[in-house]
Design a protein around this ligand. Structure first.
Ligand SMILES: [Zn+2]
Length: 243
């Protein structure tokens, strides 16, 4: 049990050191994450606009072909009109030509709509491209800054990560779960020493009976008020002489 408490306390110390190193990075990681998210979103928009433009242009081209073939047909009908012998045939051809003319007008309007849709998309592409360029520039800058800060602390961070791995394997899954849960809820501090008979986290007095039991290091005790794991001076001393 004493061993277990020592491992938990050691883990807390390592994590506190890692937290301090993380703090030195300031809000750079957050900034990088946010910029990265923006860049992804802009990239998605860009692809969407490109798709819109491409499909509008291709639909326009198809309609253009359709109009062309309708016009050719019309010309053929017109030529045929000189050759027909009956009024009925002549009228039928006239109706076909009229029908073609109506369709052509409708298709030309559709073409105009597609044309302007494609033009709008093209403008959006230009805007999005320059926005994306700007964001990527900022992202690169922040990434470089972050890399510089990280580089400065790299050795220390690696040392702590390595120590952490060694400690974590010796702690049971359920204890580790409890530790992580308290750590998350209590601003990073899950294991605290008892200082002058009080919880080192929230400074609530620990009842004398509990203090006695705690010094025996036979059980995991948590603070009644804040729920943090309490460790005795003995554990703290043994941990500090080890380091
Ligand atoms: Zn407490």
């Amino acid at each position: 049990m004493e061993n277990k408490l020592r491992q938990l306390y050691a883990l807390q110390q390592i994590d506190t050191n890692l937290d301090e190193l993380e703090e030195m990075k300031g809000d750079l990681p957050t900034q990088v994450r946010e910029l990265d998210g923006k860049a992804t979103e802009l990239q998605r928009k860009l692809e969407e606009h490109e798709h819109t433009m491409k499909s509008a242009f291709s639909m326009r081209d198809n309609i253009d072909t359709e109009i062309l073939s309708l016009k050719e047909k019309s010309e053929r009908y017109q030529a045929q009109q000189y050759e027909v012998r009956t009024n009925r045939e002549y009228d039928a051809l006239t109706r076909e030509m009229e029908h073609a003319a109506v369709t052509i007008t409708r298709l030309e309007k559709e073409m105009e709509t597609l044309e302007s849709k494609a033009t709008i998309a093209r403008t959006e592409i230009e805007t999005t491209k320059s926005e994306l360029e700007e964001i990527n520039k900022q992202l690169e800058q922040k990434r470089t800054e972050l890399a510089e800060v990280s580089k400065a602390n790299e050795d220390e961070e690696l040392k702590y990560r390595h120590e952490r791995e060694n400690v974590v394997v010796r702690i049971s899954k359920s204890d580790l779960g409890t530790y992580e849960r308290i750590r998350k809820a209590k601003n990073g501090k899950a294991v605290v020493p008892v200082k002058r008979g009080a919880c080192g986290g929230c400074f609530t007095k620990v009842p004398p009976q509990k203090l006695l039991e705690l010094r025996q290091n036979k059980k995991v005790y948590t603070c009644e008020r804040c729920g943090r794991i309490l460790v005795s001076d003995e554990i703290v001393e043994k941990s500090s002489t080890e380091v």
